[in-house]
Design a protein. Structure first.
Length: 293
């Protein structure tokens, strides 16, 4: 009984120490999520305004002048046979099914593209995605683990810049991206984004009252690469915010589970201690009775 009591006390201390770690990680993720959420909120209005301007300037005639707007021919008609897929995951784990869902979406898209006759160049941002596909033996076109959870526009430019050049030169048929969509602290589903070719943004239905200087073609020449880089930056920022939200939820669940386990083990320990005390009292009473008899 004494050995069992010591073992239970050791388990209780172990779970309590684990609970302290998970609680600390939950608080850290909550703090980081707030900062990452602010970056996402700041990026969305700029992206919406940029898309609105491109939508107002876009015409079928102008679209023919820019490689980033042209839809390549399919492989069966002599078009490029390669597609670049950017997979954004986290560098660290302990965030539930977050990375697993992103990897599953990337695998689904790879299978769909290969079924259509394309070969897929996989560009991984984050150790978790890269580690998974390396384990499967799939070669990676690029592997970035230096961006972390504080992405910048320079990071986005370094990721997508070479792909813009490849697409403009006709070496690849398109660029797609698998990211997380930060909807709320509890909802961060994977999202497939088509990066290139640029789909013409939806027009607002109003007549833009612009005085263009220089002309629309010159403005689009500068805006289109900026739009692509901003799209990738938003993907990096939203995935970073989603990672912290997923880790916060996972650590909160772990903390709650640890609390329940401590309560259960404490009840078992108290029952065992009461049983020991009851047995000792019974032995004393029995001994006293034997002496009296």
């Amino acid at each position: 009984m004494a050995n069992k009591g010591r073992a239970l006390k050791g388990r209780i201390r172990s779970v309590q120490n684990t609970k302290k770690i998970t609680k600390t990680m939950e608080l850290v993720s909550t703090s980081k999520m707030k900062r990452a959420q602010d970056r996402v909120a700041a990026a969305r209005p700029y992206a919406a305004a940029l898309a609105e301007v491109i939508g107002d300037l876009w015409t079928p005639e102008l679209a023919e002048q820019f490689a980033l707007l042209k839809q390549p021919a399919p492989p069966t008609k002599g078009g490029p046979t390669r597609v670049s897929l950017i997979l954004i995951t986290s560098n660290r784990g302990l965030c539930g099914a977050f990375n697993g869902n992103l990897i599953k979406e990337a695998r689904r898209r790879i299978e769909a593209l290969e079924a259509r006759g394309y070969s897929v160049d996989l560009h991984c941002v984050g150790r978790k995605g890269a580690g998974y596909f390396k384990y499967l033996g799939r070669p990676l076109a690029s592997d970035r683990s230096d961006i972390g959870d504080s992405p910048t526009s320079a990071h986005a430019a370094s990721v997508v810049g070479p792909l813009i050049d490849d697409f403009a030169a006709g070496r690849i048929a398109g660029v797609e991206m698998v990211q997380a969509r930060f909807q709320s602290a509890l909802s961060t589903p994977p999202l497939l984004v088509k990066v290139l070719p640029i789909a013409p943004p939806a027009r607002t239905g109003r007549r833009p009252d612009y005085i263009l200087k220089p002309d629309a073609a010159t403005i689009l020449e500068s805006l289109l690469p900026l739009y692509v880089r901003n799209l990738v930056y938003r993907g990096l920022a939203e995935t970073a915010a989603s990672e912290h939200a997923a880790r916060r939820t996972a650590m909160k669940n772990a903390t709650d589970n640890a609390t329940e386990i401590v309560q259960l083990l404490t009840r078992v320990y108290n029952r065992n201690r009461q049983a020991v005390i009851t047995q000792e009292i019974a032995e004393i009473v029995g001994g006293a009775a034997a002496l009296e008899g």
